[in-house]
Design a protein around this ligand. Structure first.
Ligand code: NAP
Ligand code: ZN
Ligand code: ZN
Length: 351
């Protein structure tokens, strides 16, 4: 076994605190990574506080992991000691079902193994994530990273990047299209950058008027304050696609009504309680659709990392110390993050 240090939630209400644990011994197909940076996703907060009623404790969150390979098993062929590598939201899956066969491990019919809060195959212990100094992962689920000059800002691509890239690709976003992004947080700001790089005209919907200049700088061509009915009405029936990243329940009809005939709004935000039911009429009369999308598979995550490297896309980050994580969660709840917190894991030793 390999000794590890991290930060864990022990129950839904106590702040995260230092925690010692062990990683599995290096198997022949395993890569051991020294974690340098880990992004802070809103899902980490949902999980630490058991907002989805499925948290296994102790919980070490963190699934936007970048670091340096420090050991490889005897059968590993894709990585060597010293490589910079990444780990995203999943660390294993059944590898046999149709979804796994198609490289869509996030939809594994036997349940993928999350980087945290997953149950390890054959064992009862839950997986522990990236708020820690080291992790051991089968090389099949480890990503290659080529833009290493601003490595901390690459970390959020491992969840926020792929969660937005995958639906933008699935719904074939490209030049000539008008695409809406709802919410300018970690996911939303990546969606703006990526949809812009794919050639779409991007309109950002926000509840925070002070984010307007940032949204334009990030690649939006227009910003709409979603609480302003007149501004919203001026965009009725005009969108080819809308990606909704909001982490709280809200009125979906306000956005459905902005879709063209046959267009889709895809939900990636995962609020702790349900949205009010959308109007059936808003969907029926223009054959509009509401869909969902979950992170992305390993092959697509690699494709996204390569796309972002090619287009010089990284996240806009605020670096924090490990012992600042609890304050970071409070700020995230107030939408006060520009636009992703990333933990400098070198600060863990002194935390
Ligand atoms: P985040 O950084 O906190 O951003 C969420 C944004 O939602 C906020 O910045 C804010 O944007 C908007 N918002 C928050 N409260 C709102 C409210 N009451 N009404 C309207 N808008 C509100 O969170 P994130 O890390 O991007 O994650 C967003 C959600 O996606 C979370 O629920 C997370 O769990 C989920 N998620 C899902 C997947 C997936 O695979 N589907 C993957 C990762 C994360 P404005 O200030 O611009 O309004
Ligand atoms: Zn995430
Ligand atoms: Zn499977």
């Amino acid at each position: 076994m390999i000794d590890a240090q991290g930060y864990a939630a022990l129950d839904p209400t106590t702040p995260l605190a230092p925690f010692s644990f062990q990683r599995r011994a290096l198997g022949e197909r395993d890569v051991q990574i020294e974690i340098l940076y880990c992004g802070v996703c809103h899902s980490d907060l949902h999980t630490a506080r058991n907002e989805w009623n499925n948290t296994l404790y102790p919980s070490v969150p963190g699934h936007e992991i970048v670091g340096r390979v420090v050991a490889v098993g005897s059968a590993v062929s894709g990585f060597k000691v010293g490589d910079i590598a990444g780990v995203g939201c999943l660390v294993d899956s059944c590898r046999n079902c149709p979804s796994c066969g198609e490289g869509l491990e996030q939809y594994c019919e036997n349940g993928f193994i999350g980087t945290y809060n997953g149950s390890a195959f054959g064992g009862s212990e839950n997986t522990l994530g990236g708020y820690s100094d080291t992790i051991v992962v089968d090389e099949k689920y480890v990503l290659r990273i080529s833009h290493t000059d601003n490595l901390a800002a690459v970390a959020p691509l491992l969840c926020a990047g792929i969660t937005t890239y995958s639906p933008l690709r699935q719904w074939k976003v490209g030049p000539g299209q008008k695409v809406g992004v709802v919410g300018l947080g970690g996911l939303g700001h990546m969606a703006v950058k990526i949809a812009n790089a794919m050639g779409a005209k991007v309109v950002l919907f926000t509840t925070s008027p002070d984010k307007k200049d940032d949204a334009l700088r990030l690649g939006a061509s227009e910003v709409v304050i979603s609480k302003n009915r007149a501004e919203m009405a001026s965009h009725a029936n005009s969108f080819d696609f809308i990606l909704n990243t909001v982490a709280a329940p809200h009125d979906l009809d306000a956005f459905v009504n902005l879709l063209k005939r046959d267009a889709t709004m895809t939900l990636v935000g995962a609020p702790a309680s349900p949205h009010p039911s959308p109007s059936v009429f808003g969907l029926m009369f223009k054959r509009r659709r509401i869909a969902g999308s979950l992170i992305g598979g390993i092959a697509e995550t690699q494709e996204m990392l390569d796309f972002c490297a090619e287009h010089s896309i990284v996240a806009d980050i605020e670096m924090i110390r490990m012992d600042e994580i609890n304050q970071a969660y409070e700020r995230m709840l107030k939408s006060d993050v520009k636009y992703r917190f990333v933990i400098d894991m070198a600060t863990l030793k002194s935390a």
